[in-house]
Design a protein around this ligand. Sequence first.
Ligand code: FAD
Length: 423
Amino acid sequence: MAVIGAGPAGLMAAEALQAGGAQVEVFDAMPSAGRKFLLAGRGGLNLTHSESIEPFLDRFGAGRASLEPLIRAFSPEHLRDWAAGLGVATFVGSSGRVFPVDMKAAPLLRAWLHRLREPAAAGGGPGVRFHMRHRWLGWADDGSLRFDAPGGERRERFAATVLALGGASWARLGSDGAWVPLLRGRGVTLAPLRPANCGFDVAPTAPGRAGWSEHLRTRFAGQPIKPVVLSWVDEAGHCHSQQGEFVLTETGIEGSLVYAFSARLRDAIEARGTAAITLDLLPAHSAEQVLAEVRRPRGSRSLSTHLKSRLGVQGLKMALLHELLTPEQLADTATLARSLKALPLSLAAPRPIDEAISTAGGVRFDAVDANLMLRDVPGVFCAGEMLDWEAPTGGYLLTASFATGRAAGQGALAWLRDCRPVS
Ligand SMILES: Cc1cc2nc3c(=O)[nH]c(=O)nc-3n(C[C@H](O)[C@H](O)[C@H](O)COP(=O)(O)OP(=O)(O)OC[C@H]3O[C@@H](n4cnc5c(N)ncnc54)[C@H](O)[C@@H]3O)c2cc1C
């Protein structure tokens, strides 16, 4: 059995296959396994989320129907138990997100790889064999898998294959989306790969600018803005608002609050060219309070000093007001007060997919059966981020990658058992 891709989805597929007694060969283009998983560990490794299963499943939007049976079979609770089985205790953070106690990915990955390679101690089947620096190139005419390997091209036939090749972000960690033409060439229907959980470039904030002003970029890029409420009105007129924080970048905005809206903003930009959001810079103050404070006589004090002393507006928040309002708007107390509660900002484009946390699009669920086997390529299964689903950050990405990896591995076992194909 072959598994191509040694990220969370591929390793989970390997584990499921191994548990069924299969000899598993894992191939990966990179020199070592789980590079993106290790990167996720730098942010504390948000493994999953503690909310109840219904809202959890809703986070997958249109992908919910396809993912639900797989996630119910390997739920956030199962995932925590599984981590505990590797000696990694988890805890629920204040936001409900679940992390390993040490907030690191490396110990978990190390223990997991060890158990996969040497399962005898854990009472499992044969050890998984890893073939790193093996880039999958597609299929040869006889159906064997082609790899660009250290000693030259290698071809090998397998009874079944699980593809867990990831999305197309952070290509330097291995997932580069180069599998798209390989699958399209076999007639597999794919949704275009698009950035998910991504930052955005702002539209020019004044005529003659490319985006932010030189002043804002050089003084404030990299700085967080918090607390702030981001609001966006959808085509049906419904207003979506959330409080949090984001970071000003050289060209726009990124960070957790932006990621929470990124799928909708990306789609809005695709449909209409830009997306308009508003920022409440003073979430703790009512509009009436803000207006009353702005209207207080300020004597000889500058506007900046006045806003700082009356409302605590300073630094990047003050700079954003100067960036996005004209001098006339700043001078008009009613407009200024309104803008402090709803500062309009226009977004022009999502950042390139390589910078995104995750990827939307990929192998469509109607191209695979309930066991995640490609309908057009019998014996080949798909798992993880290369499937066409997306979800916000919060542990949903890893949970679905693990769950689909497990389902693909078990699906491959069932297919071999039921179909007895000639390898
Ligand atoms: C900065 C960052 C932080 C993140 N933090 C979190 C988090 O805290 N919580 C969370 O839930 N998610 C997080 N994610 C997302 C999460 O890491 C991914 O969703 C998850 O790794 C996807 O797993 P996967 O196995 O499908 O793909 P990947 O982890 O991308 O693995 C795919 C593997 O396939 C290999 N591969 C690709 N093409 C080929 C080929 N042609 N031949 C051979 N091998 C190939 C790659 O080398 C790679 O090893 C984060 C992502 C980023 C970028």
